[in-house]
Ligand binder design. Structure first.
Ligand SMILES: [Zn+2]
Length: 213
């Protein structure tokens, strides 16, 4: 996988489908941040369709399918619309600072009996469910599991982006819009991803590297 001219990803399993939902170019020294999201959707295709629909007024640079397939919607040098109202440290409005990666995942699930159900009504089997405490909450709840393919490809993409753009931080949507957003949630190894991608030499030695495969 490489980033070619015009700020587009090229490689096996990568498709480009341009979304009309984007702003202009990033300012000098930007993008310097990656924001990780889940789609809270039923399929990558449904999420791609929505993020390419002018009515959604939303987009992301990439959507990652359950099988690790990648759809790019906006070139990496353009501002996509994924962060919404957001703030972290001294900054507000993260779209102008950040590349957005959406991962196909149903999000928080509701347990009733032996069923785990997404907000859109689809049920998921127990092996696709993670019970964990969200970083912004104090009690456990149920979350749709990410696939190993997704975790591995997000790590590879983040490393590639760090090598290509002046990226110095990776944040979850839940960290720049706490109270409003819970993605990517506790099923995603966000702290480990930061460690492996932003401090690779340190992480090479430890067990985290093997967890992220
Ligand atoms: Zn999000």
């Amino acid at each position: 996988m490489i980033i070619k001219e015009k700020h587009l990803l090229e490689g096996t399993g990568v498709v480009y489908r341009e979304s009309p939902n984007h702003g202009g170019s990033f300012g000098p020294g930007l993008p310097d941040t990656i924001i990780i999201h889940f789609t809270a959707g039923e399929s990558a295709q449904a999420s791609v369709d929505w993020l390419c629909n002018p009515k959604s007024k939303a987009s992301a640079h990439l959507v990652i399918g359950r099988d690790g397939s990648i759809t790019q919607l906006v070139p990496f040098d353009r501002i996509a619309w994924h962060a919404g109202k957001s703030a972290y440290q001294e900054r507000v409005g993260f779209n102008k600072y950040a590349i957005g990666i959406e991962i196909d995942n149903a999000g928080r699930l509701r347990k009733s009996g032996s069923q785990y159900t997404a907000w859109f009504g689809k049920a998921y089997p127990e092996e696709e469910v993670v019970e964990a405490v969200h970083r912004n909450e104090s009690q456990t709840s149920y979350w749709h599991r990410y696939t190993n393919e997704q975790i591995a490809i997000v790590r590879d993409i983040c490393s590639l982006l760090v090598d290509t753009y002046p990226i110095s931080s990776i944040l979850g949507h839940e960290e720049i819009a706490p109270g409003r957003k819970v993605d990517p949630g506790p099923a995603f190894p966000l702290d480990e991803l930061r460690e492996v991608v932003l401090h690779p030499n340190k992480a090479d030695e430890g067990p985290l590297a093997s967890r992220l495969g």
